[in-house]
Design a binder for this molecule. Sequence first.
Ligand SMILES: Cc1cc2nc3c(=O)[nH]c(=O)nc-3n(C[C@H](O)[C@H](O)[C@H](O)COP(=O)(O)O)c2cc1C
Length: 397
Amino acid sequence: MQKELLIENAFIEKKMGHSNLLLKNVFIRSAAYEGMLDDGLPNQDLVDHHVAMARGELALTTVSYGAVSANGRTFNTQMYINDRSLEKLKVLADEVHKAGGKVSMQLTHCGYFSKNKDSRRPLAPSRIFNAYGSISGIMFSKAMTLADMEEVAYDFSVAALRLKEIGFDAVEIHMGHGYLLSQFLSPRTNKRKDTYGGSIENRSRFPLEVVRAVTEKVGKEFPVLVKLNLEDGFKRGFSLEDCKYVSKALEKNGCSAIVLSGGFTSISPFYLMRGKVPLLGMIKNGSSLAEKITMALFGPFIIKRYKFEPNFFLDQAKEIRKVVKMPLAYLGGVDSREGIEEILNAGFDFIAMARALIHDPDFLIKLKANSIDKTECNRCNKCVVEMDRGGVKCVIV
Ligand SMILES: Cc1cc2nc3c(=O)[nH]c(=O)nc-3n(C[C@H](O)[C@H](O)[C@H](O)COP(=O)(O)O)c2cc1C
């Protein structure tokens, strides 16, 4: 019988698949929007935040939401990959390295989820009503042409290459949570009648083209992770069967590791986090009076609450573990030594976390030293509100 793996087994060096990335352990800080930007440029708080992750024994920390182009931003105050942001990001990468960690960038295009006033006709697989940006007057998306797709794939590849050149150790392509590539994958938002819509083979065609464009540009040794939904979290959305298909295709198409998640920001945002819905803070954060009122009136009905359970995606993630051999990162509700050991014993290669580390960047150090067994994060999810108020932080510490 196979020996039970203990947490000590997580603190050993691990190579990421076929890439040349050697990590000091299996722990990844998953992308969680930091909101630490000045005029769309990374600020010192962002550097300090990721340095704290590296000091906290995280092998790989992920900077969130690096839009691949100006129109790939959800808000026009967000960062996108350009000369000015890269200058600051180089400092961040250097500082993380000095602190003994490695750093990755989540590369994103928001698709139709746009409140970005610079982009009046946001791109999407099909023409879609933009509930997310409608209050800002951005009502409908434009169905992407083949030329639009080629341009976006190119933007992803150039952004990845430029990050590699300034010293980033990896990139993560965001294919989940309802952003552009996830909009292609989801039958709810992809209504195309051409070879990019319909079957899962067709819906995944463009996301896979993006992966290939990136891997061709950065080379086989450079790690390219993909964040992928297990399920969208609503009927007739991207399903677990779809996820099995896409995972197998990613395995064949040069992806180094899949970070498994779920949910769709505009429809099922708390499916990916679980726990309380911080409605009051969300109302206060509304960018206009209309948005605040809409949120106050309809928030309780439109934002569904999902009960938090430790390792809440584990059963679905195990189904993916059965169909691919490539590295998989488990994410979702990791909150204790016991939970970590359960994931290791289920055969996952990496373990990603967000809230336990927002609550305490030294969570791993304390677990390793046996001074705690569990995080004290209570999933109030007020950190979600804080990211729009000067930077993500835990309000209970
Ligand atoms: C404040 C906050 C911001 C987040 N922002 C992002 C993001 O920008 N990109 C992303 O892929 N996931 C984002 N997430 C989701 C997390 O990466 C993760 O999937 C989720 O929190 C579940 O993991 P956990 O239980 O370890 O927190 C965010 C989560 C939180 C709490």
